[in-house]
Write a protein that binds this ligand. Structure first.
Ligand code: ASP
Length: 321
């Protein structure tokens, strides 16, 4: 363990900070064209600017992650909102969750098909209902009652994701086997922010996994699996093969290791992704911020779209660098 580096990191207190992801399992570096690079890089960079404007002007961590994730949901490049992957039946079923580290309140929606911004619906569940999670038609009805913007299901459809489903269906037909993903390009989006008042908030939004069946729901809308936040410890948003992230309670495990083992956010996150999950072939990654604004963004896939911003640092990265 690099103790001295960890201690230095713990002591660097940021006034505010935000970390984002656009999914683990990127387009392979060898297949990345300058045009695609510009699209992904540009979208992540714009997302950072959205959070920056809110956090630098004293806005809340919750507002910052909502605005940032809404922007990424509208972008066709990521597997959330517009650009979500397709189910086996050719539908877009969306999941999202949020947690407020200041009071440990949380909200989530699962399997919704016509809410334009699932992250906003998750926030409404948290703030305007006595519940933590709503799914399917009920969640859709609630979002309408709350006055949230609705969208025709066709809004979420992109050719790229439709073709991915066709490729998998073809493969299933020719081999007789069942596939959830063939290329492990997950593409979920997430954000964790620390505001000037020391509040942490985390949110995650996804279309799930291509070819999912029977209203399958992954880790993204599950508090403690895909999303977690606690002002005293950290905020976390995950991306990857959801079944593993649920079974290993990944987002909460980062906080637990920091709490019980006194690990830094980097040590805890790295161990879970690169040792615990790697040993069982659970592919994916996570982003996390501790209460001082220090970040961790480990992944065990070829890449993970990600970015970080604070008053003195800003970057967007895709591969191991
Ligand atoms: N974790 C998501 C799920 O399993 C997929 C992703 O990260 O893209 O639904």
């Amino acid at each position: 363990m690099a103790k001295s580096t960890s201690e230095e990191k713990v002591h660097s207190q940021k006034e505010w900070a935000m970390v984002i992801h656009g999914g683990a399992g990127t387009i392979l570096e060898s297949e990345m064209t300058p045009e695609k690079f510009k699209q992904f890089h540009g979208a992540l960079d714009s997302a950072l600017t959205i959070g920056q404007k809110i956090l630098a002007s004293n806005g809340s961590a919750l507002d910052a992650i909502e605005a940032t994730i809404k922007f990424l949901e509208d972008s066709p490049y990521f597997n959330a909102g517009r650009g979500a992957v397709f189910t086996h039946e050719g539908k877009n079923e969306l999941d999202a969750s949020v947690m407020d580290g200041s009071n440990k309140e949380a909200g989530a929606v699962g399997g919704v098909t016509n809410i334009k911004h699932p992250i906003s619906a998750a926030i409404k569940v948290m703030t305007n209902s006595p519940h933590v999670m709503m799914v399917g038609r009920g969640a859709e009805q609630f979002s309408k009652q709350q006055g949230l913007e609705q969208a025709d299901p066709s809004w979420f459809k992109t050719d790229r994701r439709w073709e991915s489903l066709q490729k998998i269906l073809q493969k299933e037909k020719s081999t007789g086997a069942v596939y959830e993903e063939v290329d492990s390009k997950f593409g979920t989006v997430g954000a964790v922010a620390l505001d000037k008042n020391g509040n942490l908030a985390a949110g995650t939004s996804t279309g799930g996994m291509t070819n999912k069946k029977f209203n399958r729901i992954g880790d993204s809308p599950i508090i403690g699996a895909g999303t977690y936040a606690d002002n005293q410890l950290c905020g976390v948003s995950c991306t990857g093969h959801g079944e593993f992230f649920i079974r290993y309670a990944v987002a909460h495990d980062v906080a637990a290791r920091m709490d019980y083992l006194n690990e830094t956010v980097e040590e805890a996150s790295d161990f879970i992704i690169n040792t615990k999950l790697k040993e069982v072939d659970g592919s994916g990654g996570l982003i996390a911020l501790d209460k001082n604004g220090n970040y961790a963004m480990p992944f065990n896939t070829a890449g993970m779209y990600r970015g970080y911003i604070s008053p003195d640092e800003r970057f967007v990265k895709m591969y191991k660098e």
